[in-house]
Design a binder for this molecule. Sequence first.
Ligand code: P6P
Length: 330
Amino acid sequence: MYTLGEFVIENSSHSTEALLRLFSSIKLASKAIHKEVNKAGLTEKIIGNSGITNVQGENQKKLDDFAHRAFIESFKSRNVVCGIASEESENFIVIQKKQENDFKNQYIVLIDPLDGSSNIDVNVSIGTIFSVYIRKSPIQMNLTIEDFLQKGNQQILAGYIIYGSSTILVYSTGNGVHGFTLDPSVGTFYLSHYNLHFPKKEKIYSINEGNYAKFSDGIRKFIRYCQEKKENRPYTARYIGSLVGDFHRNMIQGGIYIYPKTASYPEGKLRLLYECNPMSFLAEQAGGKASDGKKRILDIEPTRLHQRTPFICGPTGLVSKLEEFMIYCE
Ligand code: P6P
């Protein structure tokens, strides 16, 4: 059974040692979160709201804060990340180099420490989403916002950890998408999903149809297209309100995920840098497509750390079909 570390060594095109240190941080934090998530229902101290309203204006859950701190601390300890942007903090976080001969900490990480956290208290799968770049500014200079506002097509690594019936780390460095399941008895991630691809047969559409009245005509036409009895349709509707859970199921079973702009979210709800870019990188590596309805997500020029975008991702044919509907009726 391949462990994550062994697989990274065999399959990395980037600096393997730096990547191993990076994965070591990610594994450490995700195991700590796995432990807390799996007893969330038992201890008051980690379910419910932290009492803080985060930068998104949302009630921060106690586990959101725990996850945010777990990743910051684990990245600091491995000396390979120079800066972090997190959904839970307004500005980017600079990680000071410990000593001059530091391990060339050149990685920039953008992260949603715990996506879908509104599902924590009802025991539905939640996840961490991460996106990694090489810093643009010279290593001896201070980090700038431009180090973080890079297009998604510059990512060197993207992935997520889903905390569900099992804890699975899924990532890509541009050589396919691979999943590793945590064996909690030994605390090791083992290869369980090699070279994940969207299946040829599409089966599922995922969208919050409660917003139907707020959707554009193009989106409404696409929903009706999914529901009509023709060819291999109607598709099954599946939506759990947790991007990582919906995406993971759709990539394995064959489905499209849609979060379009609505009256409440005129720019879309999902964040470009630490939700849509990493998931789009994975979708394309899994043979799929990701757009905002018109433009490839990975080509969008970011302007703000927490900017949002309409987000459609899944099998190429289905995403293209939705884009057609949107051309003729915005
Ligand atoms: P709605 C969770 O808050 C999230 O960011 C994604 O994980 C999820 O897909 C979406 O928002 C759910 O949003 O408006 O349908 O509840």
